[in-house]
Ligand binder design. Sequence first.
Ligand code: S3P
Length: 439
Amino acid sequence: MTKKITFKVQNGGSLQGEARVAGDKSMSHRSIMLGSLAEGVTHVTGFLEAEDALATLQAFRDMGVEIEQNGDGCVTIHGVGKHGLKAPKAPLYLGNSGTSMRLLSGLLAGQAFDSVLTGDESLSKRPMKRVTEPLAKMGADIKTTEKGTAPLEITGRAGQLTGIDYVMPMASAQVKSCLLLAGMYAQGETRVTEPAPTRDHTERMLNGFGYSVHVDKNQASITANGKLTAMTIDVPSDISSAAFFLVGASIAENSDVLLKHVGINPTRTGVIDILRLMGANIEVLNERIVGGEPVADLRVISSQLKGIDIPEYLVPLAIDEFPVLFIAAACAEGETRLTGAEELRVKESDRIQVMADGLQILGVNAQPTSDGMIIQGGTIGGGIVESHGDHRIAMAFAIAGLRATAPITILDCANVNTSFPTFKKLATDLGLQLTSEES
Ligand code: S3P
């Protein structure tokens, strides 16, 4: 039914030139959600027109919000106000997108209508109890499967939610954001405490829309007293997409790449810190604030990386970048050890197992552990690897081709379209010898 895409990458080459990578996925989701709940018309530029963010966009259209796509990342949202969403006529299909499902579960728990959230095969396996359990403590009524997975059947409990004081057992921006969105419809205050800093785009964007979120150290709190007023949002490039070229230009000889207008929110820059600890040459240029978020141009030049023990405090700040960081580790001198990253096992795929399997096929000594991986840097060979439909794994192995000794074929790459539909074009423009085949 759905088409299969296979990536084939010729080994070797270098990356040279300038690129503006795709818009930030996290901010794109949130711009649609909050723009829809705002009073007035919100204009978004730099919006990520990729399957995940478009799933959120479609969900809000299905709930009666008029949203115009004007091309080239320009989106106009005719906000309906905090209480203006309408009952969707059918289940909301959220594709591959965990962010859509987890954030929407919080937002929809306190609406005056019922809803059902569904997703693709990968999303239907991902844990949802991490959101439904704290939401139940707030008075929400959400049914999952016995395994605690989607479909989520939400009975709207308008006026019946109550704020809670919740200490998250894991560092998750999705859980935090879910509860803050539910807290906009709850009596009293909703407080969420995180065990380690996670991305704070929800807090920043809510405040940007004029809805007060109070942040004190590792705790964010919100009440139902407030409204959102439409605004203009310029979504920067996604550092998680830029990461492929930060690693690619570091590991490929004679490389020099300038990545323009990248979001460098400090809750997202763990990849830069980790690569610098490994000896990468990354310059952060032209730093500025755009719509409440820090943005910069990143210049990266080839360098010989060395293996490190990745500090655990950096794990949540680089959580989506580990597939490509494992490729960096495979090219580094010596051993790299990752610990404290068990969350990688419940991403779009089990990123510890799938990356270890692929690296081993390519001849790399990569040992998975329960919460991370131990990789001996050395030579990357060629071969056929499985991405298991995980976009970031597909792109990571494509980047590995720059240092491989023979071509690499990567199976099941269609989901690159969930986060970075322009990856192949940008990567080949910069010098990656990548082709794709559809079947
Ligand atoms: C995201 C949070 C992260 C990240 C995901 C996007 C978000 O997930 O992995 O790609 O937009 O809030 P967790 O919060 O589950 O770690």
